[in-house]
Design a protein around this ligand. Structure first.
Ligand code: PGA
Length: 246
């Protein structure tokens, strides 16, 4: 079992199948021999069936299994494609697709039911940070998105601390602040469930990760992996990130 999880979030990139396959194949070659890291590529939905040979994740899902839900992509469809992970609650999905804690909660329950692992993103905005509301925000996000998720089910959830102000800005969160936030998240989980669940929960960090800062998050901030956006579109840089951890 690999110890660490490195997730590539390609977002709405690249714009051709050719480029998608090119990045994917380069990454695949570059990380082949690494045993201590599970690499998960989360491309846009349309590329999922084209990419083979690394673990795949989706960037979102709708919570209904099938039916008259125009534009929906269902967890059953993802399961059929052998998708192992799905990102939910990303701040960009919250912002541009109106994903609320309530909707995220429905998605998480559906995914867990089908044994697909949700990668749940939580994090505060710069305004919330400045007004000293980070902990309150994290607690609300975690509590509401995990509502009615049982102790047994929650073991399938991967939590990602992604401060909104650190995403795509080059302004990555300091190691000390990441460490404190991860501890705070474990405390929240321990209140909602128990100490054992909190201790074992896999927590990742995301926000302007690159090959210069990646290793220190793992070594010094107490995270078990990383969610990488911009830097994951450059195969060479992404391979460096994976190697720095593994
Ligand atoms: P970034 O994005 O690495 O480009 O900051 C991370 C994310 O949004 O998941």
């Amino acid at each position: 079992m690999p110890n660490y999880l490195i997730v590539a979030n390609w977002k709405e990139n690249p714009v051709t199948q050719r480029e998608a396959i090119k990045i994917f194949d380069s990454v695949k070659r570059g990380v082949k021999s690494l045993k201590n890291v599970e690499v998960v590529i989360c491309p846009p939905f349309v590329y999922l069936p084209l990419l083979k040979g690394l673990t795949l994740g989706a960037q979102n899902v709708f919570y209904k299994e099938k039916g008259a839900f125009t534009a929906g992509v269902s967890p059953l469809m993802l399961r059929d494609l052998k998708i192992k992970y799905v990102i939910v609650g990303h701040s960009e999905s919250r912002k541009y697709f109106n994903e609320t804690n309530k909707v995220i909660n429905k998605k998480i329950k559906e995914l867990l039911w089908l044994k697909i692992k949700p990668i749940l993103c939580v994090g505060e905005t710069i305004e919330e940070k400045k007004s000293d509301r980070k902990l309150e925000v994290l607690e609300k996000q975690i509590k509401e998105t995990l509502e009615c998720v049982s102790e047994n089910q929650v073991k399938g959830v991967i939590l990602t601390y992604e401060p909104v102000w650190a995403i795509g800005t080059g302004n990555n969160c300091s190691l000390k602040e990441t460490k404190d936030s991860v501890l705070a998240i474990r405390k929240i989980i321990s209140k909602l469930y128990n100490g054992e669940v909190a201790k074992n929960m896999k927590i990742l960090y995301g926000g302007s990760v690159d090959s210069q800062n990646s290793a220190s998050y793992i070594k010094e901030a107490g995270v078990k992996g990383l969610l990488v956006g911009g830097a994951s579109l450059n195969a060479e840089e992404f391979i460096k990130i994976v190697k720095s951890v593994g």
